[in-house]
Design a binder for this molecule. Structure first.
Ligand code: FBP
Length: 281
């Protein structure tokens, strides 16, 4: 299993410079929408095509699915089922802010429970390109140089003392219970919300705190997708000693009932997620 997962991680790392190099000329919206009804940037489609081709070329990969396409692409063999958000936070491209790639490696056909993840990773295009990977309950942060991973933090752990928070959605659309919880959090933590989940989650992994894209009035399942965003990032945060929740349980325990199902997402320090669940109960 380790060799197959290493091959997936290495392929994603090797593709990161190509995705990053292709961003500047692909900042315009095409006339297509993804299965979640969101407009697609040329960069979304470019990253998706690169990752599909290169990941399906691996013997160990049985299928590829992404946020950008309706169905699953099968290959003729392989063991693992890969779910990608090829360009998480792509709306940040026009404003030149953080974005990146999320990959989940499942050992069951998709859609699948987060408990069938065997590995996951995200690549973050910030001032430098970094990659956080998780497997066997351990998270690792690497710098990507010339498409190669160089580990800089072997056993990444979320800091004990939280200092930052970032909550998505419009404040008037938050539930009364979440609003009250947020007002309490605002008294002690510093706001860090940049509009790309992986950029905001990386702040939480670096400084400790809480990221949420909660249930909203009119969108009870929030915005983020379980297969491509919620599960893979929850797998990483929990491997780093944090917690995840849909509001009442780990995201990894949320039943998979659709490839593009949305889920309320809350990720960060265990104490804060516990407080959140108590506030929403
Ligand atoms: P995609 O860009 O992959 O659709 O990701 C959705 C996303 O950009 C998340 O990365 C981020 O957390 C959220 O949407 C931001 O939403 P909003 O623009 O409503 O704050």
């Amino acid at each position: 299993m380790a060799d197959a997962i290493t091959a997936v991680f290495d392929t994603v790392a090797a593709t990161a410079p190509d995705i990053r190099a292709g961003l500047s000329g692909r900042r315009s919206y095409g006339d297509t929408e993804n299965p979640s009804g969101e407009r697609q940037l040329a960069a979304d489609e470019y990253a998706d095509e690169l990752l599909e081709r290169r990941l399906l070329a691996l013997d160990s990969v049985a299928s590829y699915a992404s946020e950008e396409r309706a169905g699953v692409t099968e290959s003729d063999g392989g063991t693992y089922h890969v779910a990608c958000d090829p360009l998480d936070g792509s709306s940040n491209l026009r404003s030149n802010n953080a974005m990146g790639t999320i990959v989940g490696v499942y050992d069951e056909p998709l859609p699948a429970s987060g408990r069938s993840l065997v590995a996951s990773a995200f690549v973050l295009f910030g001032p430098i390109t970094t990659m956080v990977t998780a497997r066997e309950e351990t998270a690792t942060e690497s710098v990507i140089e010339d498409g190669q991973r160089r580990a800089v933090t072997e056993d990444l752990r979320i800091p004990e003392d939280p200092t930052v928070y970032g909550f998505g959605g419009r404040v008037p659309d938050w539930s009364a219970a979440f609003t009250e919880f947020a007002r309490d959090i605002e008294q002690t933590l510093k706001l860090r919300y940049g509009g790309a989940m992986i950029g905001d989650v990386n702040q939480v992994l670096t400084y400790g705190g809480l990221f949420a894209y909660p249930a909203l009035d009119g969108a009870p399942d929030g915005k983020l997708r379980l297969q491509f965003e919620g599960n893979p990032i929850a797998f990483i945060v929990e491997a780093a000693g944090g917690r995840s929740s849909d509001g009442s349980r780990s995201l990894l325990d949320v039943p998979a009932d659709g490839l593009h199902q949305r889920v309320p997402v809350h990720l960060g320090n265990e104490t804060l997620v516990d407080r959140l669940e108590a506030a929403l109960a």
